[in-house]
Design a protein. Structure first.
Length: 157
């Protein structure tokens, strides 16, 4: 969408710093699986025998594969032929396939190009996934946040 040099120098051979902005459109796939097995039921520290609650199912299983639309953007600032800084953000889910289904992802970091085909990237990532479906004992809810450092090796062909 945008690919421009921020250098106002009259010399035409230095393209740095260079700003690029690219849209991201795609799909995200999430595989969800949950299994809970209840062995003993206790109320106020007293065990309830199996024969007292024969109709209660003690095994809970949930499995779902979500394929959902994803939109976002990538912004890069190349300082030289070797060094660049970048930011990427995307969202997906949009409550498709569940009462609540939304994911967002943010990554920002730096990249060092070792050659035209190989680069190393050090970045920090924030990710959040919020999902809810079902009713009663079959209600499934997941609210997951992750963040941390990424070290990537990038191969370009």
């Amino acid at each position: 969408m945008v690919d421009t040099s921020l250098n106002n120098s009259p010399e035409g051979d230095n393209f740095y710093p260079r700003l690029t902005v690219a849209p991201i459109v795609g799909v995200r796939t999430n595989f969800l699986r949950q299994t809970i097995e209840v062995d003993d039921i206790q109320i106020n520290g007293r065990e309830i025998p199996d024969r007292a609650l024969p109709s209660i199912d003690r095994d809970f299983r949930f499995s779902r594969t979500l394929v959902e639309p994803l939109i976002g953007a990538q912004v890069d600032l190349a300082l030289s032929e070797k060094w660049a800084f970048g930011f990427r953000g995307d969202v997906s889910g949009f409550n498709i396939g569940a009462r609540q289904n939304f994911t967002w992802n943010l990554i920002f970091g730096t990249q060092y190009n070792i050659s035209s085909n190989f680069a190393l990237q050090l970045a920090y990532r924030f990710n959040h996934f919020d999902f809810e479906t079902g009713e009663g004992l079959r209600r499934t809810e997941l609210n997951l946040s992750q963040n941390g450092l990424l070290l990537n090796a990038i191969f370009q062909f």
